[in-house]
Ligand binder design. Structure first.
Ligand SMILES: Nc1nc2c(ncn2[C@@H]2O[C@H](COP(=O)(O)OP(=O)(O)OP(=O)(O)O)[C@@H](O)[C@H]2O)c(=O)[nH]1
Ligand SMILES: [Zn+2]
Length: 222
């Protein structure tokens, strides 16, 4: 049958470099701290924030919150800042010559806005037309999740997913749409609970071929 391409453990670092070339990298300042050191430091700063707000950390419900928040930041909400966490991406040679669109719709997006550090909650819709390679379907969800687990703006999140897929699949025929609610808009500030934000990045045939573009967009409406 087809040839499985083995995971490349440096793929996360390669992608970081590729995103830099595209002007789509997250502004990162390298740190030599281990995850455990990061958790310790964030916990001590978060304790100060809580105390500054006037909370009594001797209360048994609040006592461990600084550590909980620090672990949540490093291990969960922002684990996509570490290129070592980029998912294993198995590609398969396109020996069956599938040459139509592959679309994965309604992929959950759970991210955080980099301006206010509150939730961005929505869905991504991702399509590509295979060139020489087909990607395991679940890997598309995993790539969306990896880039979501960073402080983000939706436009950059959309572009990072697009560029990662076009790099891995070696094609510009990729389309990414995100439809999301920003809690910095919903839960504070302007307090609009009904608006949501739509972003897209269409490459190759999705941009230049009206039939492909319209097929993709109409599949999103169904
Ligand atoms: N383009 C873009 N803007 C975002 C995103 N997430 C949040 N923002 C916006 O970032 C802006 C930050 O504006 P500031 O004026 O510096 O912050 P602010 O005073 O808290 O603004 P308000 O939200 O209007 O209260 C706000 O308009 C947010 O709605 C995003 O993903 N993309
Ligand atoms: Zn925000």
């Amino acid at each position: 049958m087809s040839t499985l391409q083995k995971n490349n453990p440096t793929l996360g670092l390669e992608l970081e470099e590729f995103l830099k070339q595209q002007g789509q990298n997250t502004p990162l300042k390298p740190s030599s701290m281990s995850d455990a050191q990061k958790i310790k430091k964030i916990a001590s700063h978060f304790k100060e924030i809580m105390e500054t707000l006037g909370l009594d950390l001797s209360d048994d419900s609040l006592h461990d919150s600084p550590n909980r928040v620090a672990k949540m930041y490093v291990n969960e909400l922002f684990c996509g800042l570490n290129p070592a966490h980029f998912p294993k991406c198995t590609t398969i040679d396109n020996k069956i010559n599938y040459d139509e669109m592959v679309l994965v719709r309604d992929i959950k997006v759970m991210s955080n806005c980099e301006h206010h550090f509150v939730t961005i909650d929505g869905f991504a819709h991702v399509a590509y037309i295979p060139n020489g390679k087909v990607l395991g379907l679940s890997k598309i969800n995993r790539i969306v999740n990896y880039f979501s687990r960073r402080p983000q703006v939706q436009e950059r999140l959309n572009h990072q997913i697009f560029h990662a897929l076009s790099y891995i699949l070696d094609t510009q025929d990729v389309a990414v749409v995100i439809d999301a609610t920003h809690y910095c808009v919903k839960a504070r500030g302007v307090e609009d609970s009904s608006s949501h934000t739509y972003t897209s990045k269409l490459g190759g045939k999705f941009k230049s071929n009206p039939a492909t573009r319209s097929e993709f967009l109409s599949l999103l409406k169904n």
